[in-house]
Ligand binder design. Structure first.
Ligand SMILES: Nc1ncnc2c1ncn2[C@@H]1O[C@H](COP(=O)(O)OP(=O)(O)OP(=O)(O)O)[C@@H](O)[C@H]1O
Length: 621
């Protein structure tokens, strides 16, 4: 087992995730891997400790640095550990600065004298829409030409262009600023369904624009009515937290399982709420509660939350009330409907002062949705809800080249090292199944002079956010992650996903595999996913082979005997058994050809030439 490396990481990351810096003679195992003094002492001379590639002699240790440099990897960045010693005093007794939490990013602040549409704020516009680090749509959209199955009491008429959807003019402007030229298939169907006011369950491949599929119609609907519906809020220009704080009474609530995902959804909300009265906020664990209370005190119309922090805030009726919520969205719904979350979800969806009126719409989104989770989802949805499925539930798309290589546990580190050097340097996400392994592997790579960072749930939130920032900006283009922290991550230019450990059934199995590899090849881009397979992974082998065959990938010889004869069968395909309404109308549409769509009309060719003119660029590291 790879946990048995005779690796002596010499790192002092406290198991409990505390932020106490290690003493001088300890090495850290922090997000970026240098020590508490900011000194980079995990250098090539320590590589021998890692017992890894190219490190079995003094000469070779030095070669590791040279080798990484010659191959084109960026230099590892010395790491300032002091930013994580939150709340502590510096040596000179001064308070340390708070780290810049992603949750505190700027939002458009509405002023009462703005009339119906707020003025542009150029600086904010650049921050929201102009970032070099925002995903750019690629050009490979054929991979998204999927059969779309709609199960609905009334036909859903897909839109072909955003302009056809009767969206609020501010929303149309924001879509343009985002660079979205045409709706993705899941957006083509969700936008009209949500505008019509029905509950929706939508399942579509990773990286296919599901966040926009719910935010665009919901926020557009609210933009016209926000003045009437939104709770009173203080004037941002004269705001004094001591006297002006209000209770947050959001109209939209988005719940998702991971903190980093919550931030990402918040970012999409910040963009799509631009120049409108709608004020987004995000709450999640790990950020000081005090800061989040302050943020909510300024008012909030769109709240994005992870369940634990949301529950804590629901216990503070003076801070947060859910009685105005008109739209509840559960993102990564299959994950949220797992047993682990059951109590939290029951409490959130039905507890406290949740708006129980008929005008409360529920939505669930995911790329995977096993049958049991779909059955459970029914409990929260109206009987006549709409189900939209792009392709097969749990499928992935052909823009991801999937490779499976046989590697014994004892050879994995060397194989990883060789793999990283066998390709041009690329932003690479490496998945492992345990926090401990994430620490060990990050150390190993870092000691071999590779610019690696890591993220897992034992890290403090400041460390997690720092790791994401370093990875997103290309400062540390290799990130080791556990699946939990990486669900839904949308990071530009992730060209390679490596399953160092394949997810066993206990780690989410094939659905987890689909989510993991979906961190690459998003929204019309292409990417590579390499998985290390050995006899320990037999529990996922059949499902893996089916996915490979379905997406026309090479099946390696050692798995060839598992290729099914005849048609591929996937056991949790149909939802029909769980549709309660007898008159539910199920039709199938294929955007991109002239098949009949759900409305019974000929579907036009979609404009799938990419959402952005810019080619997927190489940001030069
Ligand atoms: N119509 C569009 N045109 C171009 N880009 C888009 C469009 N809609 C969304 N995007 C971009 O596509 C990327 C992926 O979107 P999003 O994160 O919503 O995918 P997802 O389907 O939720 O993926 P996952 O299942 O992995 O969470 C984002 O960077 C988003 O800004």
């Amino acid at each position: 087992m790879s946990d048995n490396w005779d690796l002596n990481p010499k790192d002092g990351a406290p198991e409990d995730g505390s932020t106490t810096p290690p003493s001088d003679d300890e090495h850290t195992n922090n997000a970026n891997g240098a020590d508490s003094n900011g000194a980079d002492d995990k250098n090539a001379n320590n590589a021998g400790d890692a017992n890894g590639a190219g490190d079995d002699g003094a000469g070779e240790k030095i070669d590791a640095r040279e080798k990484a440099r010659l191959h084109g990897f960026v230099e590892r960045t010395p790491y300032d550990y002091s930013v994580y010693a939150n709340g502590r005093k510096d040596d000179d007794g001064a308070d340390r600065e708070e780290p810049a939490w992603l949750a505190n990013a700027a939002v458009y602040e509405w002023n009462d004298d703005y009339g119906d549409v707020g003025p542009a704020i150029p600086q904010l516009e650049i921050e929201l829409f102009g970032s070099d680090y925002r995903m750019q749509a690629g050009t490979k959209f054929d991979a998204f030409k999927y059969e779309v199955t709609v199960e609905a009491p009334e036909p859903v008429h897909p839109i072909r262009e955003f302009a056809d959807a009767s969206l609020h003019p501010v929303m149309l402007e924001n879509i343009k600023l985002c660079g979205y030229r045409f709706p993705t298939p899941v957006q083509m169907y969700c936008i009209p369904a949500i505008l019509a006011g029905t509950d929706v369950v939508a399942i579509a491949q990773t990286g296919s624009g599901k966040t926009g599929a719910y935010f665009i119609p919901i926020l557009s609907r609210l933009m016209g009515k926000a003045k009437k519906l939104a709770a009173p809020r203080p004037n941002p220009r004269t705001y004094d937290p001591a006297t002006d704080r209000v209770r947050a009474e959001p109209l939209v609530l988005v719940i998702c399982p991971a903190r980093e995902l919550a931030v990402q959804i918040f970012d999409e909300a910040r963009r799509l709420c631009y120049r409108s009265l709608l004020r987004p906020a995000v709450v999640y664990g790990g950020v000081p509660l005090r800061l989040q209370l302050e943020e909510l005190g300024r008012g909030c119309d769109v709240l994005i939350a992870t369940p634990g922090r949301l529950k804590a805030l629901m216990d503070k009726p003076g801070v947060l009330s859910l009685n105005r919520v008109k739209f509840t969205i559960i993102d990564e719904a299959d994950e949220m409907l797992q047993e682990d979350w059951e109590d939290d979800m029951k409490r959130i969806l039905a507890g406290g002062d949740v708006n129980t009126d008929d005008d409360h719409t529920y939505m669930m989104f995911s790329a995977t949705f096993p049958k049991e989770a779909r059955q459970l989802a029914k409990r929260y949805m109206m009987d006549d809800h709409v189900r939209i499925r792009v392709g097969r539930t749990g499928s992935t798309h052909t823009n991801i080249t999937q490779k499976v290589v046989y590697v014994d546990d004892s050879a994995k580190r060397q194989a990883l090292y060789d793999l990283l050097f066998s390709l041009p340097p690329a932003r690479t996400l490496i998945f492992v199944n345990s926090r401990r392994m994430a620490d060990l592997l990050d150390d190993y790579l870092f000691n071999l002079e590779l610019p690696s960072t890591s993220i897992h749930s034992d890290r403090t939130q400041a460390e997690r956010e720092d790791a994401i920032r370093a990875f997103r900006t290309g400062q540390m283009p290799i990130m080791v992650a556990t699946g939990v922290t990486a669900r839904g991550l949308d990071i530009k230019n992730v060209l390679h996903v490596i399953n160092y450990d394949l997810p066993s059934a206990a780690h989410g199995g094939i659905d987890e595999y689909v989510h993991r590899i979906g961190r690459t090849a998003r929204i019309g881009n292409e990417g590579l996913a390499t998985s290390f397979y050995n006899d320990r992974n037999e529990d996922i082998a059949d499902a893996l082979v089916k996915i490979l065959v379905e997406t026309k990938q090479d099946v390696p010889d050692f798995l060839a005997d598992r290729i099914p004869e005849g048609d591929l069968e996937f056991d949790d395909e149909s939802d029909k058994d769980s549709v309660s309404s007898e008159d539910t109308d199920t039709k199938t549409a294929m955007p991109g050809d002239t098949a009949t769509d759900a409305a019974g009309e000929a579907a036009e060719e979609p404009k799938w030439d990419g959402g952005n003119d810019a080619p997927a660029d190489d940001d030069g590291w």
